[in-house]
Write a protein that binds this ligand. Structure first.
Ligand code: NAP
Length: 231
């Protein structure tokens, strides 16, 4: 049985990953900041006793990441999905920037995926699938940026792209495949009701791509439907 660890699992894309991998028979380590308030996730865990386990994790809290790694010590992790993310509204650049909010966006969207990879690399390396997935965004693409705006979110996602691309090289000796996804514009709290696809479609697409990955794909920036996203 394969094991997936997912951050930001209580709603949106993360919850959908948990549902689909659970339905597919995987062991799901579902991380949420506030398990006591994660009703849909707790219902999923109750429907799959012992196979969907809910853990408390604020990805901005490095001590808590270390504690989680200790409690999962010895378990192989086939697939780590760094999904948790925040969208920070940016004022127009020349009207000033909220630098504290910018630091927080970097903490969650950029630093946390690296910290997770560092802490869990050995457990991923000893698994069968050895895959590290970073959920980024098309808004982190420099080539695609023709409309400007959202400077905080864009810069934090562009930076995490570099993190994951670098990890693809640095973790190659360990046999780990690191890929980056744009999940599409998805109908979640973040994507809003006007988004183009449902979480079901987004996650089904990404799972299909993940399933077909080979080490030769490491370092790619992919859309949920498998298309290459320009850097
Ligand atoms: P969402 O509905 O806003 O859900 C965000 C998830 O991240 C929630 O589970 C949230 O938990 C969690 N999270 C936020 N801060 C956290 C922290 N400090 N520690 C742990 N978990 C934290 O967003 P989504 O649409 O599912 O987005 C998932 C990923 O896709 C994100 O990385 C996002 O940037 C990316 N993305 C989304 C879209 C889109 O159209 N939706 C497009 C491109 C990229 P809480 O409930 O505790 O806040």
């Amino acid at each position: 049985m394969q094991t997936v660890l997912i951050t930001g699992s209580n709603r949106g894309v993360g919850l959908e990953f948990c549902k689909q991998y659970a339905a597919d028979g995987w062991q799901v380590i579902a991380c949420s900041r506030f398990p006591a308030h994660s009703d849909m996730l707790n219902e999923l865990a109750a429907a799959h006793p012992g196979r969907v386990r809910v853990h408390a994790l604020d990805v901005g809290n490095h001590a808590q990441i270390d504690q989680l790694a200790q409690s999962l010590h010895g378990e192989s992790i086939d697939l780590l999905i760094n999904n948790a993310g925040i969208y920070t509204k940016s004022p127009a650049v020349f009207q000033g920037s909220d630098y504290e909010a910018w630091m927080q966006a970097f903490r969650i969207n950029t630093l946390a995926p690296l910290k997770m990879a560092q802490v869990f690399a050995a457990q991923i390396a000893k698994s069968k699938k050895k895959t590290l997935v970073t959920i980024s965004s098309m808004m982190g693409s420099l080539a695609d940026n023709t409309s400007g705006g959202s400077i905080v979110y864009r810069s934090s996602k562009a930076a995490v792209n570099m993190v994951a691309k670098t990890l693809a090289i640095d973790l190659q000796p360990a046999g780990i495949t690191s890929v980056i996804f744009h999940p599409g514009w998805v109908k979640t709290d973040m994507g809003g009701p006007k988004a183009l696809i449902t979480p079901t479609e987004s996650v089904a697409g990404m799972r299909k791509v993940i399933n077909g990955l080979t080490p030769a794909d490491s370092g790619k920036f992919l859309a949920y439907d498998g298309r290459i996203v320009p850097w």
